[in-house]
Design a protein around this ligand. Sequence first.
Ligand SMILES: C[S@@+](CC[C@H](N)C(=O)[O-])C[C@H]1O[C@@H](n2cnc3c(N)ncnc32)[C@H](O)[C@@H]1O
Length: 245
Amino acid sequence: MQEVKKQEKIVHMFDDIAKSYDKANRVMSLGIDVRWRKEACKKAFEALGVVEIERIADIACGTGDMIIHWQNEACNAQKNIKEIIGIDPSKGMLEVAQDKLSHLIENKKITLEVGEAKALNLPSDSVDILSIAYGLRNVVELDAALDEFARVLKPQGILVILEFMNDSKKGWIRSLMKFYTRKILPFVGGMISKNYAAYAYLPDSIKGFVSVEELKQRLLKRGIESYFIKGYSADISTLYVGIKK
Ligand SMILES: C[S@@+](CC[C@H](N)C(=O)[O-])C[C@H]1O[C@@H](n2cnc3c(N)ncnc32)[C@H](O)[C@@H]1O
């Protein structure tokens, strides 16, 4: 029950900041996330190794940035994607995505659905690539979500996670980056969105999240083996790409 309340609070928070989310994101990341997202798509295509891709599911799709990247990178890599499904529990975030992606949604290739990572409205063994970008930290029932990812992915299907992992490594560059993410970013995000509480949640959610090693082990228990793991910008952001065996 406590978990349900906590999750509802997080989703309401995203509803509240949905309209200013893209602007805050652009300023806070200084556009660096574009590189991280592109690399995630490229590595996933490489790991999957086929030209025809039936279904990509982007979980915690938010305002749809990752969907746009899947679409663009597929063109660059000459891949053909039949269907992309974006799933998110925040109606506010999905409304922004709907506007942003309207030109793509018209061709019926892309659909957006309200839903949570722990209960995906997708058949078992039906997804070629499942991505979740900066969303997993917000999933209160992490293990239930990982179970779902393992269930819906096809054998040899690819899991892509981009996330701010909880990292205990030391060093002055890391300390500087941590200061930036934990002190400066919440302030900047708060100013742009006028919702300081929402952006104060960012460092708390990173602190409360698992390390990449822990995540790797939990996925391995579910039959997902790591294919590529890389930390970017002094490990502020981590890319995990795994294959369901
Ligand atoms: C930081 S945003 C990331 C959005 C987008 N993926 C991106 O890369 O910009 C986190 C998203 O996670 C969603 N979220 C929160 N709880 C979730 C859950 N239990 N299952 C799926 N998504 C969730 C939020 O609604 C929000 O849209």
